[in-house]
Design a protein around this ligand. Structure first.
Ligand SMILES: [Zn+2]
Length: 71
């Protein structure tokens, strides 16, 4: 019953969500696929700015979720 809406990651410079992180992939012999092993918290990169950036995040909860609803 996970109803968590999740978050959006975006570039702190331009606001684009085309942001990536530096990471290491590890070969998994069982699945024959590269799997994500280590995700760096230091090297954020924006594909729109084409430079390193700081990735920010915001909740996917709608803005009006703070409005108290009368029953
Ligand atoms: Zn950007």
């Amino acid at each position: 019953m996970s109803n968590h809406p999740g978050t959006v990651k975006f570039c702190s410079h331009c606001g684009s969500t085309d942001v990536v992180k530096d990471a290491f992939a590890e070969w998994c012999t069982d699945t024959q696929q590269w799997t994500l092993a280590i995700i760096s918290d230091e090297n954020d990169y924006c594909l729109s700015c084409e430079t390193s950036t700081v990735i920010r995040e915001r909740s996917l909860v709608a803005q009006d979720s703070n409005i108290s609803r009368s029953p």
